[in-house]
Design a protein around this ligand. Sequence first.
Ligand code: PCA
Length: 201
Amino acid sequence: MRVLVTGFEPFGGHPENVSWEVARRVSCYSADGLELAVELLPVSFTRVAHSLRKAVERYTPDVVIMLGQSTLTDRVKLERVALNLMDSAMGDNDDYKPSEEPIYSGENNALFTTLPIKRLHTAIVDEGIPAKISNSAGVYVCNRLYYEALRMCRCGTMQALFIHLPLCEEQTTTNSEARRMPMADMVKAIEKIINEVTKDE
Ligand code: PCA
């Protein structure tokens, strides 16, 4: 069973991105029959899809678990759906600012994960880690990546899930409103998800 975990580089003035910090730590996780790879992705609407495709070609994962940082959540947020839409006034790390652009013209407005998101949510909550299911991954680069991954899933047996994470307690930020969670809890949550998805195979 091959699992690819992705995290993002820093963006939006944050010196680090919690998603990569968690992915890095999760890379040490081991379980019987599990082959785990981690990949750092660019916060770029135009480059992120190519980076994902290259990583999928290299590792041929059964499951891709993508992580992203969100200052708007105070818990582990399991994303159910990706929209065929890009919009950002702030711009990405290439300073690209799409305005209500489709990712793929004429394709599905939304794609859904086929992983058992409710069961995964319960598994994390049972560990005592705050988590929720979300029906919007936003319209920024995380959503762009998720749409690409779910689009690739339709052509094969690969499955994918996107997870937004709050900042960790140790992380510095200029955003005093940002929600936080202990790093250890986020790492445990992702390891639990890997454990659950590999159990099915
Ligand atoms: N979060 C952004 C992109 C990179 C990241 O970590 C998002 O929510 O789209």
